[in-house]
Design a protein around this ligand. Structure first.
Ligand SMILES: [Zn+2]
Ligand SMILES: [Zn+2]
Length: 180
């Protein structure tokens, strides 16, 4: 099979025939461990796949969580190197640092990486997990005006005020308790 005839490939100026039947026959590995020899043999690869939630477990710090994600990858082959350009997009569930309500939030991250053609396995899964871990906001707020929870009774103050005495609502009320 003269598969190289399907592609025009130049490093830095890449043209692909993405509707090639050769790509269509390629099964994207669900664990995203690509064999370098496969990619070299095909002269490059353009593919995308939906990730299983089990693949994304523990990427974000709980209770934040990736709920859905799709990865698109473009591998370009040069003499000694494979250039990878990737994109991961999807939705994540994230908790407000003040009032603890959760919200669904879309995300989209791009990454570029090069690999030696001597690498045996190109491990996209750990790259994807690393990229997503970096998006874990340390402090996410549902709204910059979020009033948070009453430190005394725990009521969500965005939904209305509570009946606690004003002294309990002072920010120092919490500190007082800590330094007893
Ligand atoms: Zn909030
Ligand atoms: Zn209260």
């Amino acid at each position: 099979m003269a598969e190289q005839e399907f592609y025009t490939l130049e490093f830095g100026k890449i043209e692909y025939m993405t509707n090639s039947s050769f790509y269509a026959q390629y099964d994207v590995p669900q664990d995203l461990q690509f064999k370098t020899s496969d990619i070299v043999r095909m002269g490059g690869l353009v593919c995308s796949t939906q990730l299983r939630p089990s693949n994304l477990e523990g990427v974000l710090e709980k209770p934040n969580e990736i709920t859905q994600a799709e990865v698109s990858l473009t591998f370009s082959v040069a003499t000694h190197e494979i250039l990878l350009r990737g994109k991961i997009s999807g939705t994540r569930r994230i908790e407000c640092a003040r009032c603890l309500t959760t919200a669904q939030q879309p995300f989209c991250e791009e990454f570029v990486e090069t690999y030696s053609t001597k690498t045996e396995i190109i491990d996209i899964m750990s790259l994807v997990r690393q990229t997503l871990a970096l998006t874990d906001d340390i402090r996410f707020l549902c709204n910059t005006q979020c009033k948070g929870l009453c430190p005394h009774c725990g009521k969500n103050l965005n939904e209305g005020s509570c009946n606690c005495k004003p002294e309990n609502l002072s920010p120092f009320a919490v500190l007082k308790g800590k330094f007893k």
